[in-house]
Design a protein around this ligand. Structure first.
Ligand SMILES: NC(=O)c1ccc[n+]([C@@H]2O[C@H](COP(=O)([O-])OP(=O)(O)OC[C@H]3O[C@@H](n4cnc5c(N)ncnc54)[C@H](O)[C@@H]3O)[C@@H](O)[C@H]2O)c1
Length: 334
């Protein structure tokens, strides 16, 4: 058996107690299961929706889980730790280990205290799933700056706070798995979600650099772009569609990105049991040089510059600059 893996049959907790039937596809198909025994995970916003399913699944596979949730409503108002406490109790009732934390991810001091609480109890942090989030949807024309700022604060600074608070620990361990929850609203846009889309795309940018900086310390950073029926999507889709979009159907993507064999620097999309990868690609483009009419030439050649044939995914930002320089040098030497 490959190290770090165990069959479902060897783990009684895996073998038949989770409410999530979809988790058992591994057992049914007799595939080795992803095992998190001995791992410590923090899941933010885990009192309900996707975060709850992430926490249950990690615990079901052996991880000790900090179930963080401020207990806010979908707009970020209010606060009660009772939903997160209920998730902890559900995990414990099934034989797993979990503890509750009610920090707001927007409060860096409270986040640092959460990480200290984790270290005091379990001595390490292997996995951070940045999942907490809110919505303040309105068309940009009607959106208040305060609603823009709050959404940025919860999604972007929330993930920054949590990731920063575990980063040195993961570096010292030479091991860490960080999942940032992005969204198709950020990757591709959605009417009424300028604040949310900007915040979610910022997380993809954060992932791009953290995955580069973390690599030599054994830290892998990836983005999850989920689609699920939660209170966030209530009323947006017909019942039969919402039924297909169980949050549990997203969880396998999180488990892969939290696992020992996780990829690095991947934007994994997941919904209704389907999975895709989103790439931020660069077209081959065109070298036009610097002339009085370069703008006119570019306007005329825009379709060619946009042509996706031969597009690539640069390994870093400087690789994109390198592509431009290489085209310029090739044009000069021709
Ligand atoms: N549901 C979808 O289709 C979808 C699509 C794309 C992205 N997402 C993202 O997935 C994540 C989970 O969303 P969900 O659909 O499960 O929504 P949800 O509202 O059910 O869950 C979000 C959780 O975050 C908690 N939370 C909010 N602000 C917090 C704060 N400051 N500190 C700690 N916890 C806080 C809430 O109390 C709630 O339990 C979010 O980041 C969301 O943006 C969801």
């Amino acid at each position: 058996m490959a190290s770090g893996y165990q069959s479902c049959a060897q783990n009684p907790f895996l073998a038949g107690t989770s409410a999530s039937g979809s988790l058992f596809y591994l057992k049914d198909h007799n595939i080795m299961s992803l095992n998190f025994t001995g791992r410590v995970a923090i899941v933010t916003g885990a009192g309900g929706g996707l975060g709850k399913q992430h926490a249950l699944a990690l615990a079901a596979r052996g991880a000790k889980v900090v179930v963080n949730d401020l207990g806010a409503d979908v707009h970020g108002d209010g606060g009660s730790v009772s939903a997160a406490q209920a998730v902890v109790e559900e995990i414990r009732a099934k034989g797993g280990e979990a503890m509750v934390n009610g920090a707001s991810v927007t409060d860096y001091e409270a986040v640092k205290a959460m990480v200290q609480q984790t270290m005091d109890a379990w001595g390490r942090v292997d996995i951070l799933v940045n999942n907490a989030g809110i919505l303040r949807d309105k068309s940009f024309a009607k959106m208040e700056i305060a609603d823009f700022r709050l959404v940025m604060d919860v999604h972007v600074m929330g993930a920054v706070h949590c990731t920063k608070a575990v980063w040195a620990i993961m570096q010292a361990q030479n091991y860490g798995r960080v999942v940032l929850t992005t969204s198709s609203s950020g990757l591709y846009g959605n009417f009424g979600q300028a604040n949310y889309g900007a915040a979610k795309m910022a997380l993809a940018g954060l992932m791009q650099t953290l995955s580069i900086e973390g690599e030599k310390h054994g830290i892998r950073v990836n983005c999850l772009a989920p689609t699920a029926a939660t209170r966030m999507t209530e009323g947006l889709m017909p019942p039969e569609v919402l039924n297909a979009l169980q949050p549990q159907a997203v969880v396998p993507a999180m488990l892969v990105m939290a696992s020992e064999d996780a990829p690095n620097r991947t934007i994994l999309c997941a919904g209704a049991g389907s999975f895709e990868v989103a790439h931020i690609t660069l077209t081959q483009g065109l070298h036009l040089g610097l002339h009085d009419d370069t703008a006119e030439q570019l306007a005329a050649a825009l379709a060619q510059v946009k042509d996706p044939a031969g597009q690539m995914v640069p390994l870093s930002g400087s690789a994109q600059g390198g592509h431009e320089i290489a085209m310029a040098l090739a044009a000069h030497s021709a």
